[in-house]
Write a protein that binds this ligand. Sequence first.
Ligand code: HXC
Ligand code: NAP
Length: 289
Amino acid sequence: MIGGALRDNALAGKTIVVTGGGTGLGKAMSTYLSLLGANIVIASRKIDVLEAAAVEIENHTGNPVLAIACDIRNMEEVESLYEAAISRFGKIDVLINNAAGNFISPTERLSAHAFSTIIDIVLKGTANCTLAFGKRWIENKQVANVLNIVTTYAFTGSGYVVPSAVAKGGVLTMTRSLAVEWGKYGIRHNAIAPGPFPTKGAWDRLLPGDLQEKFDFKNRVPLKRVGDHQELANLVAFLVSDYAGYINGEVITIDGGEWLQGAGQMNGLEAIEPERWDVIEQMIRNNNK
Ligand code: HXC
Ligand code: NAP
């Protein structure tokens, strides 16, 4: 069991809005940020899920968690989210764009509506929240930061999740662009690119049925394991805290080395049995003669 990385009350006095904060990784980060003393606002479409998560987190940490129903595709709902957070906590210090939609599919099977549904949630939803919050932060001269949750295929692209890859690539570009443009207002932008961290939301849509055994993520990771939610929460807490005050425009990968394993041309040689290396070495030495 991995523990928390930051000191007690490291985030006391901060208010943090986490989209998609009622489930999966969003819930894990909200729980740890709350444990560190922050006021938390969790926002997504399903209010019953959010309210249950808010009660659970509050009971665990003793700090306030506000649940707000908000479809981030709808700008009016995003504006209301901002207003609700302000009227409860007075100011917002951090926005974590964590909400996402995704499913695996050969791209040629997708309808135009299916493709745009993912773009609307991941790219436009993130833009909606960033714009609504950013405008007000700039107006009010509020120092703040945005943390975007992307994926490692935001760098590489990936088949079978093309709308998600396109959208996450766009979010990463937005992260780097606004880090520069809004740096002068004291607004930092960073991103995290997680590798495999089991959650019901992701696993139901990426590894349904027997795909879980057939396509075991552990085998793709040099460390031979999936991520622990607390490992991600620790990184999130650091990046949104004042300790990371000079980190701006960065994307931090947390994937046990997964994407590099896929990228390195000769990494497949891992499959060679160790005892064969004597023979291979000899063949190469002979060829040198
Ligand atoms: C093909 C599909 C489909 C599928 C939906 N559609 N599922 N097409 N294959 N499996 C099509 C529908 O037919 C419809 O198009 C369009 O997509 C919109 O579908 P709706 O169900 O109406 O959309 P909506 O209710 O808005 O739900 C959005 C959703 C859903 C993305 C489809 O799965 C959702 O709510 N997801 C939220 C949570 C989530 O996805 N979490 C995973 C994040 S994991 P038509 O043309 O028929 O109208 C992640 C991990 C990254 O990002 C990397 C991990 C390693
Ligand atoms: P998850 O539990 O399914 O989280 C997705 C969240 O987004 C849900 O809480 C969902 O809540 C919310 N959401 C979806 N559409 C929304 C909308 N239109 N408006 C508002 N909220 C919406 O999956 P997860 O694995 O924790 O994913 C969290 C983040 O990590 C995502 O950005 C994902 O891409 C990223 N990620 C995950 C992994 C992984 O291995 N798990 C790897 C890389 C990146 P509602 O249904 O209530 O709206």
